[in-house]
Design a protein around this ligand. Structure first.
Ligand SMILES: Cc1cc2nc3c(=O)[nH]c(=O)nc-3n(C[C@H](O)[C@H](O)[C@H](O)COP(=O)(O)O)c2cc1C
Length: 135
């Protein structure tokens, strides 16, 4: 079973996740201060305030980053260089591979791409172990 932890403030990520879970039957958990990550899974969040990671996502990662296989971010291309950069920041800070970026609640094509990437581990899943080998 695939487990997904997600953050959503205005509902876009929520709508994206609703479609993903309808299609796949995967388990999704909305991030809240009380949420504990009991199973390893994937993080889907959004980008806020000029390229920032949402606060609830940061707090969740403080306690659960070791349970996260990949990070994805919703964003809006109107933000130019800051488009969905929460994923890049989380990836750099915590060495978690990026799975996917999408606009707002995503198109059907985005949803199918995301499912495909997660199902087939088409993110850089070896990144952590490669870096450890070099170190
Ligand atoms: C105040 C504010 C700041 C935002 N800043 C960014 C940003 O820097 N980069 C980006 O790609 N999207 C930005 N967005 C767009 C959101 O990431 C996008 O709407 C996302 O789908 C929100 O997810 P949610 O509806 O699940 O909360 C911003 C939106 C708001 C309201």
């Amino acid at each position: 079973m695939v487990h997904i932890y997600y953050d959503s403030r205005t509902g876009n990520v929520q709508r994206f996740i609703n479609k993903v879970t309808q299609i796949t039957g995967w388990e999704a958990y909305k991030i809240s201060p009380e949420l504990e990550a009991k199973e390893p899974g994937h993080l889907v969040t959004f980008t806020t305030n000029f390229g920032q990671i949402p606060e609830a996502t940061e707090e969740f990662l403080d306690r659960a980053s070791n349970m996260i296989y990949s990070v994805s971010s919703s964003g809006n291309m109107n933000w130019g260089q800051n488009y969905a950069v929460a994923a890049d920041k989380i990836s750099e800070e915590l060495d978690i591979p990026i799975a996917f970026k999408f606009e707002l609640s995503g198109t059907m094509e985005d949803i199918n791409k995301f499912i495909d990437i997660i199902k087939n581990n088409h993110y850089d899943s070896k990144r952590r172990s490669e870096e450890l080998d070099i170190a």
